[in-house]
Design a binder for this molecule. Structure first.
Ligand code: SAM
Length: 254
């Protein structure tokens, strides 16, 4: 808690008001990770029969659970079931995103910033491997992790691309029923899970991130069919990168 950037704490105090104290206390509690059953490889019932972990259901997705990192128990990340793709380890909050996107089997879906594939594997599972999932990421190294995770999870309806959003837009035009923009951001919500991310944070980061997010949305929205659904998400708290980015985008388009 003490090594959280002071400017970040002041920003959150201002943002949360009465709820700030409760928010701050979360950093002193043990971190609980999430596990999402991969329904492309197993079912809820089948997995519950063989499950060696202590799992607690997550209310906003049928396939998601929390688990504590108990040193005396087997670690889900090291278990052969993980290598076999029976589940994906994912932040519980991140499991909401594909549910909101609500991709259907047979649809054309774009995951614009997909690496390493947490949400793309969830999207493919909801699509039951039917239709087309274009999983893109601009980072040439991270697309290899994406490829590995899609393969491990048995995804067969995905094409991986490593392109700039505008280049994809020029190629595809208004082609997709659903698009996810899980945008690059200042990453404040990662401070708890990954304390080293605190060192990369700076109070002015949000402004530059927001400008980049609007540019990404500008290009990406050109690929949405009329009446399609575009979901925009970040893993940060700053209003500038969330409500602010969306407001700037909508100002041009409504
Ligand atoms: N959706 C991923 C998941 O659930 O595993 C996490 C995505 S992470 C929050 C943001 C990603 O955006 C990074 O992998 C980064 O390489 C990618 N990125 C950054 N700028 C981009 C751009 N202009 N176009 C596409 N992807 C971009």
């Amino acid at each position: 808690m003490s090594d959280l950037p002071q400017a970040y704490l002041s920003q959150m105090r201002h943002l949360l008001g009465d709820e700030y104290q409760a928010f701050k206390e979360v950093y002193d509690r043990p971190f609980k990770n999430g596990l999402r059953i991969n329904t492309l490889k197993t079912t809820q019932e089948e997995f519950q029969r063989i499950n060696p972990f202590d799992l607690e259901p997550i209310p906003w997705t049928n396939s998601g659970f929390r688990f504590s990192s108990d040193p005396d128990r087997e670690k889900p990340g090291r278990h052969p079931y993980h290598a076999a793709g029976l589940y994906y380890l994912q932040e519980p909050t991140a499991m909401l995103v594909a549910e909101v996107l609500d991709p259907k089997p047979g649809e054309r879906v774009l995951d614009l910033a997909a690496a390493p594939g947490g949400k793309a594997t969830h999207i493919a599972a909801l699509m039951k491997n039917k239709g087309l999932l274009v999983a893109n990421d601009i980072d040439p190294k991270r697309v290899w992790d994406l490829a590995e995770n899609l393969e491990r999870c048995g995804v067969r309806n995905a094409v991986i691309t490593n392109e700039r959003p505008q280049k994809l837009a020029d190629f595809f035009g208004p082609f997709f029923d659903k698009i996810l923009v899980d945008a690059p951001c200042s990453g404040e919500a990662l401070f708890r899970k990954n304390p080293s991310s605190r060192d990369q944070w700076h109070p002015n980061l949000a402004k530059g991130c927001s400008r980049r997010q609007v540019r990404i949305l500008e290009s990406t929205s050109q690929m949405l069919k009329p009446n399609g659904r575009l979901v925009y998400t970040t893993c940060t708290f700053t209003p500038e990168e969330n409500e602010g980015t969306i407001a700037r985008f909508l100002k041009k388009h409504l």
